[in-house]
Every structure is written in structure tokens, then in C-alpha cells.
Design a binder for this molecule. Structure first.
Ligand SMILES: [Fe+2]
Ligand SMILES: [Fe+2]
Length: 236
């Protein structure tokens, strides 16, 4: 399966027309496009409308998760509907199965959240605010693991589509001090429990393109990192 993926497009009204020319013949290069969150700069509907228009009529299925920037204005529900109106499948703790090239590709999409990585992570302890923080990550990670496991029987390949990183390996290049805001080991543990063939994430603009969870490749497709309109790769 040939896939295209990109995160952190960070669209705003000044970017109108920036992406569309690159999507014109996308179907010749990929069978689906995955968007790994931070679709907008400040989470406004005006920004989301501009990107939604760029994506209207793209000839391959488009599956997306939102990122932290897309929540900033409290309009995430409206943003989700704007993208759904142009045919984009927006996932949050849900799965979607695509029929691609005669195979079934299951995509589980969660934004994820922070907390850090083993040995230097937040824990479910102390103030209610800290408990709420890590319990949010735990809840979304559990849903990721359960959904991945639930797709095993019906899909030929499974992809975890995230915004936050499940491993520190794709964050190398970022300041160590901000790792707890860039991802969580709980997401990585969920990938191991649920099982999948590929993990896609964004959020880390200065990180590293490739890492792994055991045998499973993890790709950081944040656009400022990959430096191209989208990354393409073959799965399976
Ligand atoms: Fe971003
Ligand atoms: Fe982000």
C-alpha cells in the first residue's frame, strides 16, 4: 500500500493555495493521505476552512486526527465537521477501515497527549490537575490499544495515526525539557499491546523522522521536519 502522510500543516488564511497544487496528482503517488494533526495555527474555523477547501475533491481517501493547535480556540467540534463536510474522515479514539489496492487498511486515530517517557514522566500522583493530566493520556492510550486490537481480525494492515509521539526516538533534536509535552510512553505501550504495522505522528517540529517500537516503524511526519508537502512510503 502506498501512503502519503503529513502533520503540522498549521494552516491559516495566508496559506490559501499552498497545498492544493501538490495534491493535484496525489492518486498517482499514494492510495490514501493521512493527516497527523495541527491542521491549523490557532484552531479557528477560518483557518480550518482554508485547508478544507484545499482538500475538497482530493481523489484518494483522507484520514485525519486533530492536534493541540486545533483545540486552542475551543472550536474542535466545528473544525471536525468542516473537514468531514469535504470528505475527510476525522478520528478521535475511533477506527476506520479503507479498502486500498485490494487490501484492508485499518486506521486508528487519536490525538494523544503528553506526560513524558519512562524514567522522566508525569505520574498519577499529587494535585488533581496532575492526575487529570496523566489520566487523560492514560484514557486516550487505552482507547488506542483497544481499537488497534479490535482491528486485527478484519484488516491486512493497521496504522496508528497520532499527533503526539509514542516514543522519545522521534523527538531527538528537541530540547529534553519539553519531551513531556511532546508525547508519552503510554501511547507506545498501547501500540505494543494492540499491535500495528506502522505509527504516524507529528507535533515534534524539530525531532527525528524515523524511530521504532520493536519491529514497528514510527514516522514523525511534521511538515517543518520533513520539508516537503507530504511524505510517501509503502506499507507491506
Ligand atoms: Fe505543530
Ligand atoms: Fe502540536
Amino acid at each position: 500500500m502506498r501512503l502519503a502522510a503529513v502533520g503540522d500543516l498549521h494552516f491559516h488564511v495566508g496559506k490559501r493555495g499552498h497545498l492544493r497544487p501538490h495534491l493535484a496528482k496525489l492518486e498517482e503517488r499514494a492510495s490514501a493521505l493521512l493527516l497527523a494533526g495541527d491542521l491549523t495555527c490557532h484552531g479557528t474555523t477560518a483557518e480550518a476552512e482554508v485547508l478544507a477547501e484545499e482538500l475538497r475533491g482530493v481523489k484518494v481517501p483522507v484520514v485525519a486526527v486533530l492536534g493541540n493547535h486545533d483545540y486552542d480556540a475551543g472550536k474542535e467540534g466545528e473544525i471536525r465537521r468542516l473537514f468531514q463536510d469535504v470528505g475527510v474522515v476525522v478520528l478521535e479514539g475511533e477506527s476506520f477501515v479503507l479498502d486500498l489496492e485490494g487490501k484492508r487498511l485499518g486506521v486508528v486515530g487519536v490525538k494523544g497527549f503528553g506526560g513524558g517517557f519512562k524514567g522522566a514522566c508525569a505520574s498519577d500522583f499529587g494535585e488533581p490537575e496532575m492526575k487529570a493530566f496523566i489520566r487523560t493520556t492514560r484514557r486516550v492510550s487505552e482507547s488506542l490499544g483497544e481499537r488497534l486490537a479490535g482491528l486485527q481480525a478484519e484488516c491486512d494492515r493497521r496504522v496508528a495515526l497520532l499527533h503526539y509521539s509514542p516514543i522519545p526516538g522521534t523527538l531527538v533534536g528537541e530540547r529534553l525539557e519539553i519531551y513531556p509535552f511532546l508525547g508519552s510512553y503510554l501511547l507506545g505501550d498501547a501500540v505494543e499491546r494492540g499491535g500495528c504495522d506502522l505509527v504516524i505522528h507529528g507535533h515534534s517540529h524539530r525531532g527525528t523522522k524515523k524511530g521504532n517500537i520493536g519491529e514497528v516503524p514510527v514516522l514523525n511526519v511534521a511538515q517543518p521536519l520533513i520539508g516537503e508537502p507530504f511524505a510517501t512510503f509503502t506499507l507491506g
